[in-house]
Design a protein around this ligand. Structure first.
Ligand SMILES: CC(C)(COP(=O)(O)OP(=O)(O)OC[C@H]1O[C@@H](n2cnc3c(N)ncnc32)[C@H](O)[C@@H]1OP(=O)(O)O)[C@@H](O)C(=O)NCCC(=O)NCCS
Length: 352
């Protein structure tokens, strides 16, 4: 039976460390508030002009490809998850192909837009391609450059303090080794609360979903309406917004549910999990999930303290660090789980 194996994992984070105290220069916040509510101590910000979501992904990918013992030419498909792409279009998949110098045109590149669940969604899609024998070396990447799109005024503090930049990448291959590889994947979504954790502008919505909000469109009936209006710029409408408490409440329910779904399907128990790597949304959310599943501290890996929430990059960055620290060994049962904007959520159970 063919299963999907994570052959290698790697990450790249930008050099610039931004502490909670650094943020107090721009907004009314404090190290104490951020640590207490989120567990975050610092995050990384990419260089404004010299680093992009794609370039960070390329650095992580180069290491992953080397660790897999293959060459760039062996990659037969790229899957790129991000919510902070370099361009409105085309997506980062083709930009990564170009940045890596992968010139063979028979490969494809797919962009995943599932925010915090992007890596889990991407891994599930890759798993299907590998199991069916379509591809043999898939490069799966999650990368984010949030620092360019945050509101650094006090009005934006509820969101801005949480997010950071970085990238993680892995090479996925087929394996026929008994019991090894991806055992289950589960994906879910519910668009009811789409705007409660969202960056709405720039977009093509033209006010369609929120008739009561004045986006400053000169005339919504005119075809070819512009994406960005002067009002959006003036009123800081080009930044993410989040209803934090709704996100928190939903996340602490959906994380354990979707993990349990994987355990039920595979006939395993939470006690069988060697390492749970949850999307690094908030240390308090991870603690809730850990408690609900009855896991010990050594069964859960968190690094949000150092990087903040890096959305699609958070799981591969955490997995890469856990691997480098010797916390993932051959044969370990690894559980990945994510929840985020959409809302979307999902889990993957795999035997390393
Ligand atoms: C964002 C979050 C930390 C906010 O914590 P909270 O306890 O819900 O706080 P609230 O939003 O109710 O705000 C409480 C107060 O803190 C203030 N506040 C918000 N952000 C602040 C900051 N960075 N620094 C200082 N004060 C802040 C608010 O203005 C509010 O003040 P008020 O009582 O005077 O109005 C919390 O809701 C959360 O973790 N949600 C989930 C977020 C998440 O995981 N997102 C990613 C999902 S993938």
């Amino acid at each position: 039976m063919i299963r999907t194996r994570i052959r290698s994992i790697a990450h790249y984070v930008p050099e610039q460390v931004v502490t909670n105290n650094d943020l107090t220069k721009y907004m009314d916040t404090s190290d104490e508030w951020i640590r207490e509510r989120t567990g975050i101590e610092e995050r990384r910000y990419a260089h404004k002009h010299e680093e992009t979501t794609t370039s960070m992904a390329a650095r992580a990918s180069e290491i992953a490809i080397e660790r897999a013992g293959i060459t760039k030419e062996d990659i037969d498909f790229i899957i790129f998850a991000t919510l902070s792409p370099d361009y409105y279009f085309p997506g980062c998949g083709v930009l990564l192909q170009r940045e890596l110098g992968i010139t063979q045109t028979e490969i494809g590149a797919l962009d995943i837009r599932n925010q915090c669940s992007g890596f889990v969604y991407g891994l599930s899609v890759a798993d299907k391609f590998i199991k069916t024998g379509t591809y043999k070396n898939i490069l799966l990447v999650g990368s984010e450059k949030h620092s360019m799109g945050l509101d650094f005024r006090t009005e934006g503090r509820g969101v801005t303090v949480i997010f950071g930049d970085g990238a993680g990448a892995c090479v996925l291959q087929p394996t026929e080794e008994e019991g090894r590889g991806v055992l289950s994947t589960h994906l879910h979504s519910d668009g009811t609360h789409a705007e409660e954790l969202a960056m709405i502008n720039p977009g093509s919505h033209g006010g369609y979903h929120n008739a009561d909000v004045d986006y400053g469109y000169p005339d919504p009936q005119v075809p070819g309406e512009i994406f960005v209006t002067p009002k959006m710029m003036k009123d800081y409408m080009l930044a993410p917004n989040m209803t934090g408490q709704l996100v928190f409440k939903t996340a602490v329910t959906k994380f354990p549910e979707v993990i349990q779904e994987g355990l039920n399907e595979t006939g395993l128990n939470s006690t069988d999990i060697d390492l749970l790597i949850p999307h690094q949304a908030n240390l308090r959310i991870s603690a809730f999930v850990q408690k609900r599943l009855g896991l010990r501290d050594d069964q859960v890996f968190n690094n949000i303290q150092k990087y903040g929430n890096t959305t699609a990059a958070s799981i591969p960055i955490a997995m890469s660090e856990a691997f480098e620290q010797g916390k993932i060994k051959d044969g370990d049962l690894i559980c990945l789980a994510a929840f985020g904007s959409g809302f979307t959520w999902g889990s993957v159970l795999l035997r390393w």
